[in-house]
Design a protein around this ligand. Sequence first.
Ligand code: UP5
Ligand code: MG
Length: 191
Amino acid sequence: ADLSKATIVFVLGGPGSGKGTQCELLVKKYGYKHLSAGDLLREEVKKGTQLGKEMESIMKEGKLVPTEVTVKLLRKAMQASSNDKFLIDGFPRAIDQAETFEQDIKPPALVLFFDCPEEEMKKRLLKRGESSGRADDNEETIVKRFRTFLDCSMPVIEHYERQGKLAKISAVPPPDEVFVEVQRAMDGLST
Ligand code: UP5
Ligand code: MG
């Protein structure tokens, strides 16, 4: 796809806030291509390459993989898609990542932010950890992921709020209720 004509929606929120869950609903209703940065990274880890091993240990520490790695994976996946509407889930997670993506690819039309208290997110992640097999769904890593979110990712959310691009949505109600608010934000987009 010609990425200069793409419509980009960033889907942000803390660990376990429900980004992936809402993206699934969005795909069904709006036909976007869903790209989760975390999923793309976990696929690389599965390949067992040297780079994959390095990323695995970063993710286990709840830290951020270098920006160039994620942007490269995202760009490749976007170019490989025939779709030109993208949900970029779990990215950008730091200001430099937002700047790099905007310069290399394009600024987002809209940023969805799922607002959720840590206690609720922790409860969800520990529950999911019983069956997810995700190496970062354990109490110790969860605390580190929260820390990184507050220190590095909240400034991204504030940045887009200042630009008037942010739709802040409470992620506490059940998924279908959260999705009502998501639709309200999406329907304001003219594409
Ligand atoms: N659930 C969902 N919605 C619910 C609701 N409304 N009510 C009750 N339960 C709800 O949901 C989490 C769980 O909650 C599920 O069991 C769900 O059923 C339930 P999910 O939709 O999976 O939430 P999500 O926000 O997607 O949580 P996820 O764990 O994927 O978020 P993270 O941001 O932590 O994970 P991600 O995969 O994006 O990143 C993982 C790691 O990769 C990062 O910590 C980092 O180390 C690395 N990374 C980078 O370095 N750079 C990147 O750009 C991206 C990732
Ligand atoms: Mg997710």
